[in-house]
Structure formats: C-alpha cells, structure tokens
Write a protein that binds this ligand. Structure first.
Ligand code: 13P
Ligand code: SF4
Length: 347
C-alpha cells in the first residue's frame, strides 16, 4: 500500500511540476517529509513559502502554520493543508474572542498611566495575531521571544504573553524577571484575579503544549544515570524545571543544528515531539540520539492528522484542477496579522 501511495504522490508531482512546493514541518512523519522540498521549523517554512514561485504551497504542518504561510505569500499563491483536522491544541487555548474579553478585564484593572502590550507566540491563529497588532503588540517564535519582550517593555509597562505559559516563564527567567511574573486564568474563580495579576510585569496566559508538558525532571535524571556524558536538549515549551535541568533549550531548528554539529559518538537526549527525534536518528547515524522519555515520548496528535493518503488526495485533486483544503485568512485579518509579524522581523 505504501509503495502504491508513493507512486500516486510521485506521479501527481510529476504532472504538477513547478506549480507545487511541499513543505514539511520537523514533526511530520517520515512518509510526508520524504516528499518535502523543504523541512524545517514553522517560521523557516513560511519564509520558504514566501520565496517560492509555486502556485500551490502544500503545508505538512498544522493550521496556524498554514495561516502564517498564507499571510506572507503572494495573493495568487494558494496554501493547502492536506487535513483540515490538523489544529494545534495549544493555539486553540487562546481564541481571539476569549482573549478580547479577558483583555477588557485586564486593562480595566490597570492604573490610568499604565500600558500593557500583548505578545503572541507564532503558535496562534491569525485573528489573535491581528488582535495583538491592534493593541500595539507583536508575534514571536521560540527563538526570539526574549527580543519580543524587550520590544514590548520599551513601549509599555507590562506584557500579556499568549498562549504558552511555559515559553513565557522560560523567557521571563532568561530576562531575570521571574519574580515579576504571574500565571493568569480569567476563568479560574479560585485563581489570581485581574487586579492581582496586573501587580506583575509579565502575565502568562494559561496555555500549554500537551506534548512538551509531559517531560519531567525525572526523565532527565534517568537519562543522566544511563548516559553520564549525555547532552540534554529540550524545546522551550517544556516546563521551567525541565528547561533548567537540561543542557540546552531551543526551537526545533536549534535542536536540528545541535545534532548536525555534534561529534560522532556523542549522546544527545532530545525532549521534543517524537517524530523529530526519529528523523534525527536517521539523518545522523553517527550520533547517539535518544528520546528523553524513551518509549513514553509522545507524537503530536495535530501533526499526525497529515496522513500521506491525504497528501496523495490533495495532489491528485490539483491535477484534476480542483483546489481542496485551501487555508485562506480573511483580508482584514491578514493585513493586521502581517503587521504583528513584521514587528517581529524588525527586532
Ligand atoms: P518550532 O517553531 O520550533 O518548529 O515549533 C513549533 C511547534 O509546534 C513546537 O511544538
Ligand atoms: Fe501544537 Fe504542541 Fe503539536 Fe507543536 S507539538 S503543534 S505546540 S500541540
């Protein structure tokens, strides 16, 4: 079945030629990345999409990534997501509608002369990016979150960081602001209320990635027992104590670079989505690449929705002249979301 599917994909690609570019996020399964023209992190892939002349950008990734690609590509390019079910749960934890209501509560609790700036992680929907732009805020990735905070503190007194509380907390530590940071869930009646939250300079939205939250300190302890010389690298979506116990924290591209530069025979334990760990084992057999939590390491259920059969289907439909699963951000949102992304590019 796999061979037949590969044949279907390859023959559709041969018909479509330069009309199509396939992007594969680092977390996609092997049967997708083997067809990808580019493999990378979410932000790199959007840039590849923008640089390509292809009419159709097939995105092996999740909805927010395809939206970002649609925002930065030309209007005559279509971005296609092989499955409409591929939605990152963390992005869904901060819907613009909810954030809008919470924002009103938070700003009402501020002193008259105080200003708060929202920052949203790339892992969010276009309407939230647009909201941040309207409020003077910006987008960041896991590699430039600290710079986004600096941008915000040059222009305001406080930051609301969305949706990932762990990336927010890890960044606050990096900036030496951990003591001025609070988690705030507007719907938790027993939790911190808005009036107390705004006593702090950094307010963290209650979002997280269920894949990265699974990693715990004891996983690092047992790796260090099994491999005393191991280097431990984790994604900054991991809990604070995990990032602290690791040797390095970085985006999926930083993880890839670290393994590419490793000396043969070195051991690297990886704390991120399991498909990337498996790719790194295949790409760098000279390095001993191990998953940080062994067999218990998880795959991302959103990324997993991109089944190679769906890839074959969207390509064959294009051959027949039918565009399926096009991801299109509404024009007014697109413009504003672009502003929030451009601010990130300036930092
Ligand atoms: P990167 O931007 O580092 O590729 O991460 C995306 C993601 O979804 C991490 O969970
Ligand atoms: Fe979202 Fe986590 Fe999956 Fe990344 S790994 S797409 S943050 S759920």
């Amino acid at each position: 079945e796999a061979d037949e599917r590969t044949e279907r994909i390859e023959s559709a690609l041969a018909e479509l030629g330069d009309d199509v570019v396939i992007l594969g996020h680092n977390y996609q399964r092997e049967e997708i990345v083997e067809h990808a023209d580019f493999i990378g992190d979410s932000y790199q892939l959007s840039k590849e999409a923008a640089q390509s002349d292809a009419d159709y950008v097939i995105f092996g990734g999740v909805t927010f990534m395809a939206e970002s690609a649609d925002i930065i590509t030309d209007d005559d390019q279509s971005v296609i997501l092989p499955s409409m079910e591929a939605s990152c749960p963390m992005a869904g934890m901060a819907e613009a509608l909810q954030v809008d209501a919470a924002w009103a509560e938070l700003t009402a609790a501020l002193d008259a002369d105080e200003e708060i700036i929202p920052i949203t992680y790339m892992n969010s929907y276009a309407d939230l990016k647009a909201f941040c732009a309207e409020q003077g805020g910006l987008v960041c990735t896991s590699s430039n979150a600290h710079k986004a905070f600096e941008y915000a503190f040059e222009r305001g007194d406080k930051v609301l960081f969305l949706p990932d509380k762990h990336l927010g907390e890890n960044t606050a530590h990096r900036l030496g602001m951990a003591d001025e940071t609070v988690e705030w869930d507007p719907w938790d009646v027993d939790g911190t209320d808005a009036a107390d939250a705004v006593e702090n300079d950094i307010i963290l939205w209650e979002g997280y990635c269920q894949v990265h939250e699974r990693f715990r300190e004891h996983h690092i302890e047992s790796i260090r027992e099994d491999y005393p010389d191991a280097n431990v690298i984790v994604h900054p979506e991991c809990r604070r104590e995990v990032v602290e116990a690791a040797d390095v924290a970085g985006s999926t591209s930083t993880i890839c670079e670290s393994i590419a530069e490793a000396d043969p025979g070195d051991t690297w334990a990886i704390g991120t989505e399991i498909h990337l760990t498996h790719h790194l084992q295949r790409w760098h057999p000279e390095v001993n690449v191990v998953p940080l939590c062994g067999e218990a390491c998880m795959d991302c259920n959103a990324m997993r929705q991109i089944d190679p059969n769906y890839l074959a289907w969207v390509l064959e439909e294009l051959v027949e002249g039918r565009e399926r699963n096009v991801i299109e951000v509404a024009p007014e949102e697109k413009e504003l979301a672009q502003v929030a992304m451009d601010r990130m590019l300036e930092i």
